[in-house]
Design a protein around this ligand. Structure first.
Ligand SMILES: [Zn+2]
Length: 284
């Protein structure tokens, strides 16, 4: 499938979707025009520069990102569960196949669980699943805890998404959001590789698949601007076996996974893991 850029030679002026500050263009990418904010350091694809945006049908889960969805991040799920009060109502916004909800149901049977996702691939007894657009589907209730894992980076209207999270949260309730970490060692190595004309990792990480690349600073900024109080934010890994790598041969896959293992170890030491999670409370 051919991918190209609309008006590739004439980048349009844009401002940061998080803080409104001026942005500068990042190195060229084959699928999107990338920018970085001079204020909050957020990186993002210019809306409209992607000719064939990602679609989220069943093949998204079952083929393109099979490994990711076959390898739930159990360590993170446990950490999130610890932040949710007894008997709480919980909604997972962008629940995918419902992996988080099914896991938390086992270790926290006291919780009332709801999930919403566009794909309709979720399943699980005793969990309410809503199929619909996470930004616009009518949900006439508020929850004690709103969880959203690896979703915000896919949403074009990122501020609208944060408003939606707030609208779904009871006053004083908890919001947990996990996303990629543009401040991570892996991202830094990918950018360095791009400068050295080895763009494999850069092209993969900044592909059209992810529209927003939050730094630690820009993730805090968007929640603070929306009136949330940040309780904690931390970086962490994804399981190595969950990584969908851009190579076909088994040998190349094995070599890259060894490389990732080394990067993960170094990232742990300098606290620059590939993923980040922020935990906030909604205004009372
Ligand atoms: Zn900004």
């Amino acid at each position: 499938m051919a991918l190209g850029l609309r008006n590739a030679n004439k980048p349009k002026l844009v401002n940061c979707p998080i803080c409104g500050a001026p942005v500068r263009q990042m190195p060229k990418h084959p699928e999107a025009e990338l920018f970085r904010c001079s204020g909050c350091s957020h990186a993002f694809s210019r809306p409209g520069s992607i000719v064939e945006p990602e679609t989220y049908g069943n093949s998204y889960y079952e083929e393109q990102h099979r490994r990711w969805f076959e390898t739930p991040n159990v360590e993170l799920f446990v950490r999130v569960a610890e932040r949710i009060g007894k008997g709480a109502s919980v909604i997972d916004v962008g629940c995918g196949r419902g992996d988080f909800l099914r896991f938390i149901q086992k270790i926290r049977p006291d919780l009332q669980l709801t999930g919403i996702d566009l794909s309709g691939t979720a399943h699980g007894d005793g969990i309410r699943f809503i199929r619909g657009d996470i930004l616009s589907t009518e949900i006439n209730e508020r929850f004690d805890a709103v969880v959203s894992l690896a979703v915000i980076e896919h949403i074009p209207d990122v501020k609208g998404f944060i408003r939606r999270l707030r609208a779904l949260t009871k006053p004083g309730g908890v919001v947990v959001a996990m996303t990629l970490n543009d401040s991570s060692l892996l991202y830094a190595l990918a950018r360095a590789g791009r400068h050295l004309d080895v763009p494999l990792a850069f092209d993969r990480l900044y592909s059209k698949h992810h529209l927003h690349h939050f730094t630690r600073k820009s993730l805090r900024t968007i929640f603070l601007h929306a009136g949330f109080a940040v309780i904690s934010d931390f970086d962490h890994d994804a399981p190595i076996q969950a990584m969908d790598l851009p190579v076909k041969s088994r040998a190349a896959d094995a070599v890259l996974r060894v490389g990732l293992r080394i990067v993960w170890k170094a990232a742990k030491v300098i606290r620059r893991g590939y993923l980040q999670t922020i935990i906030c409370t909604a205004p009372g």
